[in-house]
Design a protein around this ligand. Sequence first.
Ligand code: FES
Length: 478
Amino acid sequence: MTVEVESPRRLSDYDLVGEYATLAVERGLADAKWYASPIPKEQMRGLLERRDGPAVRDTLLWFALLLAFGLAGLALWGSAWAIIPFAIYGVLYATSSDSRWHESSHGTAFKTDWLNNALYEIASFMVMRESVPWRWTHARHHSDTIIVGRDAEIAFPRPISIVGTILKCFSIPTFFKYFQAVWLHVRGKLTPAERTYLPEAEFGKVFLRARIYLLIYLAVLALAVATRSILPLLFIGLPAFYGTWLMVVYGGTQHAGLAENVLDHRLNTRTVYMNPVNRYMYWNMGYHVEHHMFPMVPYHNLPKLHELLKADVPPPYNGLVEAWREIIPALIRESKDPDFFVQRPLPAPAPRAETSRSAQVITSAANPDAAGWVEVCDLSLLLPGDVLRFEHAGSTYAIYRTSIGQLFASDGFCTHGRAHLSDGFLQGTCIECAKHNGRFEIRDGSVLRPPPRQPLRTYRARERDGKVLLNIASAQGG
Ligand code: FES
């Protein structure tokens, strides 16, 4: 589905509280259903398994590299040779923090969630993104990717400003916007746009973090003044100017120049093959179509996911150079003709295998017994560690069977959006929503990870004579 934004375009069309914000909702582009390639369920389950090992290894290496090049810069300070370690330090600090921020915001980098949260806070500070608002804008970016008036993370709004794009490589507009926002939040205020995606319960966290950020920057500034040296700022603050350029080179390939207002990531997102160094620096985010289609898959499994769906997506780009050879002329053209975009070729439709993630739907019109029990399916249809969707009398339920065979049930939709929990990933007694990685405890419906704030309603489920039964009269919580 594509909806055109009429000319003439203005940058204000992209405002989250403007005319196009309303139009996007009216046209069915907000929180819509997006295309997903069919992936055999068992294979997808294997890809979703979380591990701490890869991210612990990659994060320790990242910190070690930062330390090594920072110390080398310090040791060589006073000579021209210091430029080399600082140039590398700046890129490690300001560019690589982007992908660490990104993956930990989804909670998929580590299996242990406090590690995700710790890395998220550190990387948010380094990449100059306030951790709380950006968690919510990123959830919106995944719901409404490149939907005008809805997505706050459209990096190349049209008409493209060539000068603005060049300045972006040195983080100049970002730097000023960031400190403007921090200063606003330090004073306990929010913009109207922020009020469209931030729940009220998060306001205090936004203000607290903004005050902490400001204190850190003031401390670094004070140290620079006290020591009469720019060195402290070269370590914290200035990397945004001298180390961001590679983030723009990587990140620009994600969506720049592609279609807006389409409900298919294959049309508005690129996958770019990268060499091992770039894959490490960017934590495999070159596989961006794959990430957007299935944000629950951890970064270290994206190459395997790509192998599974590559026949159903447009051809990937063979490296950054090939991608930018398309992007630069497209951006120049979009600076004059905002209706232009690069059309990605879609392969012939893939067969919708009954094994795709969301295929397991059981529908029943049976009357419940006097105690409220209704039969769902044969137990053999619900494998250990799996979840299925059950439709009954106009209601949707999610029925879970844990890896040790316990049965649980809840309402079928995530309380954050209208995403089916049966498309999610069950790990222990935690169900993770496929749309924005929100998590719930299925024993009591409590929220384990935002963006959901409202708990799930749960029901009793049990097995009798090889059948799964649900008690629809036993609703708890929610
Ligand atoms: Fe957003 Fe479920 S719809 S986390």
